[in-house]
Design a protein around this ligand. Structure first.
Ligand code: NAD
Length: 297
């Protein structure tokens, strides 16, 4: 167990709730704030503390962690009126673990510097299960000494924790992660419709595929969702749509072509346009069913 730190945790959603609870379990003093109260109550029940505003949560914190949906919420929570930079102590460390554009991480770092506050961008991969089991992959951008200070906290949340470069680099790596995951889910979904149309025993087929070169974490973690058509999130298609926007823009900025990624970004957008935005991203399967002229289950 690492030395106990005073942590403010802003954003107790699907990911933030279990992550904050894991920091409590590791012996830290965690004060949480969220837009809705039940998640704050759950953190208190898990041994943490609740706050009624960002100001109250961050006032005494040595470390502030944010885990909110997207760029606008990060800007509001950290840079906005009544936000983290207005109320956090000089010398504190702000770690944004949301998945956002590298540009916003750079903007946050510049604004924080003016207040004597340090920042890291530390997006995660591994999904809700990874957050609950504290086995996330955490890709961190920022100064090496700030990473070293935060490492014991990251170790309470994940098992693969890597400093990948300066501010924004964590978000760039996360964008690549989301590209790989979306394309992988799409092709697994295509294989599922192909196998079902061909009349093959689907669970048996996916089990044997998972043991060979076609195996992947996506296949292991999402095959039950697809077999059972169980699409409660997990990771919402709305959020993956946001991430496909981030990766296509970031790749364009560095002149990296993404021919397959761009196509899958369109299919994610189509899933959303068909009303599937609040479903788990494994529901890309429904889009393949639509393309195949099949009943969408
Ligand atoms: P979520 O929608 O479940 O949770 C977001 C939380 O932020 C909500 O509880 C909301 O109340 C809170 N919030 C929003 N605005 C706020 C504000 N102004 N002040 C305080 N709280 C505020 O989202 P999530 O699935 O937990 O995802 C969070 C981030 O993590 C996203 O950037 C997402 O892309 C990323 N992510 C998610 C997963 C996943 O599997 N769900 C995996 C890896 C990364």
């Amino acid at each position: 167990m690492s030395a106990s730190r005073k942590i403010a945790f802003i954003g107790l959603g699907i990911m933030g709730s279990p992550m904050a609870a894991n920091l409590v379990k590791a012996g830290h003093h965690v004060t949480g704030f969220n837009l809705t109260q039940p998640q704050i109550d759950a953190l208190v029940a898990a041994g943490g503390h609740g706050a009624s505003s960002i100001a109250q949560a961050v006032r005494d914190a040595e470390v502030v962690i944010t885990m909110v949906p997207a760029d606008p919420q990060v800007e509001q929570v950290i840079l906005g009126e009544g936000g983290v930079l207005e109320h956090a102590k000089p010398g504190s460390l702000v770690i944004d673990m949301s998945s956002i554009t590298p540009q916003t991480s750079i903007k946050v770092e510049a604004a924080a510097k003016e207040k004597g506050i340090r920042t890291l961008d530390a997006p995660v991969s591994g999904g809700e299960a990874g957050a609950v089991e504290a086995v996330l992959s955490i890709m961190v951008g920022g100064a090496a000494e700030d990473f070293a200070e935060a490492k014991p906290l990251f170790d309470a949340l994940g098992t693969t924790v890597i400093h990948v470069g300066p501010t924004g680099a964590g978000q760039t790596v996360k964008a690549a992660n989301q590209l790989i995951v979306a394309v992988n889910i799409q092709v697994v979904a295509e294989a599922v419709v192909f196998l079902e149309n061909a009349g093959v025993d689907l669970p048996a087929a996916l089990d044997v595929l998972a043991g060979g070169l076609a195996g992947s974490t996506v296949l292991n973690r999402k095959k039950a969702n697809m077999v059972e058509r169980q699409f409660a999130p997990g990771f919402r298609i709305d959020l993956h749509h946001k991430d496909m926007g981030i990766v296509t823009a970031a790749a364009r900025a560095v002149e990296a072509p993404l021919p397959v990624g761009s196509l899958v970004a369109q299919l994610v957008a189509s899933a959303r346009a068909n009303g599937d935005g609040s479903l788990d991203h494994s529901a890309l399967l429904r889009g393949v069913e639509r393309l195949a002229g099949r009943e969408v289950k």
